[in-house]
Design a protein around this ligand. Sequence first.
Ligand code: GCU
Length: 409
Amino acid sequence: MPVKNYLSLAIIAIAITLSAHAQSNLSWLADPLTMSDGSKVATTKQWQKRRKELLQFFTTEMYGQQPARPANMTFKVFETNKNALGGLATRKQVTVYFNGKTDGPQMDILIYLPNKVKKPGLILQLGFNGNQTLSNDTAVRLSTSWVANSKTAINNKANEASRGKNPNRDVEMILNRGYGFATIYCGDIDPDFDDGFKNGVHALYPELQGRSDNFTTIGAWAWGLSRALDYMQTDKDIDAKKVAVFGFSRLGKAALWAGATDERFAMVLSNESGAGGVRIFRRGKGEDIKHLCTSFPHWFDANFRKYMGRDTVLPFDQHLVISLIAPRPIAIGSAEGDLYSDPEGEFLGGVYASPVYKLFGLEGLPTTKWPGVNEPVSGQIQYHIRPGNHNILTYDWQQYLNFMDKHFK
Ligand code: GCU
């Protein structure tokens, strides 16, 4: 055989070995339906035990401890306008005083409810940059919390020019489809920088720091989402049993963890949450644990650092976090150009969580084959991938609204 042929044979052999290796990474994935002592989970009752075990594992090893709902927390509805957005919606603005003190850590909730629907369900978004950046609605209170400096924020305080700078142009579409839309600013809960956990709600819980399972920033954001849901349960104009928790990217990681820890969330919408979100680490594609822990040391707990460099041999993976949401529905959105989030890895997160849905007699993802762009697949777990980059676009919202129609109507 000519040398050239030997060479191509050798290349093929190497390629097969490499792909077998990539496969075997995944074949070692932890089984959601096997307890840590090796016993099998065969009933939904046994699953409750396994769920507890997994919840404790991820709380300890990754997302950190969270405090309970504060006993002295109060809510103040500081604005209600029945004629918002040209009469389409009722706008409410609420402040959550986490420790009941008006000069303590606090969070504003901006809520739009469609006027044509009585007691609607809604999307609760964890948002970037302050509620006023959602649109040009000048009645929205300007955030006074820390924001990163930019043309619209001087000395880390947002100014009037920040209105509408991070818009959701699809709020009216959401309202017209019969759902409310609420948003909170992540920085009201905990500013997104590493300050040694002194600011935001962390200031209230010093005892949860200086330990390996410390209260983290992603943990705080998820906790803040639960506090917004606490308010919603008190508002007779909202169907708090139909709240879909939404987050994009780093905030998608937090929304996922909120859905995992708080079973009152009826649905999770995870948009391009990537590493530390729905994506399988073991594939070793896209962002790795070392990058997460070194670029954003405040996001995950101290324990998680020991997994740096161990992505492809990890003893757990993110399908287990998704499975904590079962049997509740979760929609996963990816973008073709968002390779850093590893779109196929996000899909596989759903695939490997599906056996838990099956245990409940439900179809998780209806396929194990990664679908093409604009070909959403939908069971109790939904997945879509669209062309384009890391973003949240009208097409994404449409997929999430279709999913809500399927489960909430
Ligand atoms: C960074 C980070 C990601 C994150 C993203 C975002 O790229 O590495 O993990 O999802 O920011 O929040 O936009």
